[in-house]
Design a protein around this ligand. Structure first.
Ligand SMILES: [Fe+2]
Length: 296
């Protein structure tokens, strides 16, 4: 039976909430197409009041593509490795159940891979009564608001993304154990265009974020300055929506056109989320239609 759900924009140029949908039931094709179209239009959706078992969460996520299993396997849900635990729960022996402090910097998930994640679907099973918000920024709007000269400058550039650089920075702060050589070798540096054409909407977006370490063919100091500038530009309040979680929200973001940032919360409060990650393809930048088309 078709579901009667509503989609309402919450953010300045993107981000919508979906009310009245039950993702635990198999969605009919027409409902699925409507939901997928809303996701492409708004970039990030929050689906309210979902009651999902791990099997249902996985089945719903798979409608959007194949799922990736996170390389930090100790934090994957037992019996369901497609679910990564973002949690501050502890095992009886004190070991962490999941990643408690994931993503406290602007990024898109798995941009350090040659084929980064299409999107992620994060399900709130326990939330603190304060803190723990997740902010999102609209990289399409941020690109479109750039001066044409800056659009052209960025269009030809490829940023280098490297997982271990981020990890080592956090290890130096005592937040992570040092990586082994094998772990470093698992995700070697990759480069991606800084302006990315969305493969489904055809719209252009900025593409950078917290795993970048440089820009191909550019001196390091200049590259770092430009990467910092792009991040400051894209994360201006006019491009950002800050999501205050409600229990049983599912937030589904499109990594191809949005970055996100997790916020702190009191360590004494419980936060337990299940995340699935949908596989994506290699970023590319398609040339714009030729200027000649507009000359008479
Ligand atoms: Fe993330």
């Amino acid at each position: 039976m078709a579901q009667d759900f509503e989609v309402r924009r919450l953010g300045p140029s993107f981000f919508a909430e979906v009310v009245g949908i039950d993702c635990s039931r198999g969605l009919e094709a027409a409902d699925f197409e409507r939901l997928k179209a809303a996701h492409l239009e708004h970039g990030v959706l929050v689906l309210r009041n979902q009651m999902l078992s791990p099997e249902q969460h996985i089945a719903f996520s798979r409608r959007f593509g194949s799922l990736l299993v996170h390389s930090m396997s100790q934090f994957n849900l037992a019996g369901h490795p497609e679910i990564l635990l973002v949690s501050n729960d502890k095992h009886p022996d004190g070991r962490p159940v999941g990643i408690a402090d994931a993503g406290r910097y602007w990024h898109t998930d798995m941009s350090y891979r040659s084929e980064p994640a299409l999107g992620s679907m994060l399900y709130a099973r326990a939330i603190p009564s304060e803190g723990g918000d997740t902010s999102f920024c609209d990289m399409t709007a941020a690109y479109e608001a750039l001066e044409p000269a800056m659009q052209q400058r960025l269009e030809g550039l490829r940023a280098v993304h490297y997982f271990s650089a981020r990890w080592e920075r956090e290890a130096r702060q005592g937040l992570r154990p040092p990586q082994t050589q094998e772990e470093r070798d698992r995700n070697p540096p990759v480069s991606h265009p800084m302006v990315r054409t969305h493969p489904e909407t055809g719209r252009r977006a900025l593409y950078a974020g917290g795993f970048t370490i440089g820009i191909e063919g550019m001196p390091d100091a200049e590259a770092v300055e430009l990467l910092d500038w792009v991040e400051r530009w894209a994360t201006q309040s006019r491009f950002v929506h800050r999501h205050a979680w409600r229990l049983h929200d599912v937030v589904f973001w499109d990594n191809r056109c949005a970055m996100h940032l997790a916020s702190n919360y009191p360590e004494t409060m419980r936060r337990h989320m299940h995340r699935t990650t949908i596989a994506g393809d290699a970023p590319y930048c398609r040339p714009q239609p030729a200027e000649a088309a507009v000359s008479a």
